[in-house]
Design a protein around this ligand. Structure first.
Ligand code: ZN
Length: 380
């Protein structure tokens, strides 16, 4: 580690964490001065009764307006539609209840309800970071999965014209996060495993990022340890409260830590996730890309790999440990198994090399490296 240079260390969102945390919604709304919230959620979370459960527990649930059709990957069209509902109903804040998609969509609405148009002007690649101001509408994030950690993150990924764009600003941090593991007790095994692998990937990639941020590394290691210890139990025994608590903590930790930068897994998962006609789950992509990237990165950070092996209790190679874990969790064996055709490899490799996450990979990765990593992640 270098002792030259200046680290940026930032922890902002006030988080209430624990079984029953979502019951604090009333008090938090009052604290933030939100009288008429827009609830942003998705059809699955609504159908499962989770979002209604949270809202019904709050006082005067008639003052909540609903937007309950967040798509699996948030799009500009959905942001604009929800923004219209926000405006038409005179809302003054947002309560996002769901996975990363609903929380990211809510961030888009919080932005567009208070800033002049087009959304694309606020994308990080278009210099949008500077244009996002403190006028952003207050958002309370209540996660129902344990993976993305978007509830404590300052970024939103939104599809604009077929491209997954990053919107980033300190003003996009939710004003409050209510992390209630009770809301994940019914999460099906496959989603538990896939979202949990996203949390693991956040912690691993952040820990291996070459930027200097020791608190972020400490958080990342703690998150890795929790996932290694609990993901199989949470997947096999959904009602296990201790497992659900630990997976949600690992997810929150993953997002607290990834300000230190992600790496090659996310650099490839982003363009793969934007492939048209293939709605690929972000966590599943990470799970199948991790082994090859870990093998590629190990020579660049051997001491950190030793530390990680000790934390997860792996004897041999870390990539092999992940492969075995994927099998145990019932996750796919490779990109081919989730329907990624071999002919997209050059295109995805080119996009991965341009992805901001590339910059903080443990080892510099070229387009040719990405082609190799993608080919070896295809599986048979
Ligand atoms: Zn991720």
């Amino acid at each position: 580690m270098s002792v030259d240079g200046i680290a940026t260390i930032r922890y902002l969102t006030t988080t209430s964490f624990g079984f029953g945390a979502s019951l604090l919604l009333d008090g938090v709304l009052a604290e933030l001065g939100i009288g008429h919230p827009l609830v942003v959620t998705d059809p699955g979370v609504r159908a499962a009764g989770i979002a209604d459960g949270v809202v019904d527990a709050a006082r005067d649930s008639g003052r909540f307006t609903w937007f309950d059709h967040t798509p699996p990957n948030p799009t500009e069209a959905a942001v604009l539609e929800a923004t219209e509902v926000f405006r038409a109903s005179g809302c003054d804040g947002i309560v996002a209840i769901g996975g990363g998609s609903s929380i990211d969509l809510a961030k888009g609405v919080a932005l567009m309800a208070t800033h002049p148009g087009p959304l694309v002007d606020y994308a990080a690649v278009n210099g949008g970071v500077e244009r996002i101001t403190s006028r952003v509408a207050p958002t309370i994030a209540i996660p129902t999965t344990a993976g993305t950690g978007s509830e404590v993150g300052r970024a939103a990924m939104i599809n604009v014209d077929g491209r997954k764009l990053d919107f980033m600003s300190p003003y996009l941090f939710p004003a409050r996060a209510l992390c209630d593991p009770a809301l994940t007790l019914e999460l099906p095994p496959y989603l538990t495993a896939a979202t949990g692998m996203d949390a693991l990937t956040h912690c691993l990639e952040t820990y291996l990022s070459p930027l200097v941020n020791p608190p972020a590394e400490a958080i990342a290691l703690d998150g890795v340890e929790r996932v290694a210890r609990w993901i199989a139990t949470a997947t096999a025994e959904g009602q296990n409260r201790e497992a659900r608590w630990n997976m949600m903590m690992a997810s929150t930790e993953g997002a607290l830590t990834f300000q230190k930068g992600l790496g090659a897994v996310h650099a490839m998962a982003h363009p793969l996730g934007a492939l048209e006609g293939l709605p690929l789950h972000h966590g599943t992509l990470n799970a199948v890309l991790l082994p090859a990237v870990l093998r590629f990165n190990e020579p660049a950070a051997p001491a950190k790999f030793d530390r990680l092996r000790a934390v997860v209790g792996a004897q041999g190679e870390l990539g092999a440990w992940v492969v075995e874990l994927n099998v145990r969790l019932g996750l796919p064996a490779g990109l081919a198994a989730v329907g990624v055709p071999a002919d997209v490899v050059p295109r995805i490799a080119a996009a991965a090399e341009q992805d901001p996450a590339t910059e903080t990979n443990a080892r510099p990765a070229t387009q040719a490296d990405y082609e190799e990593l993608l080919r070896s992640s295809m599986g048979s």
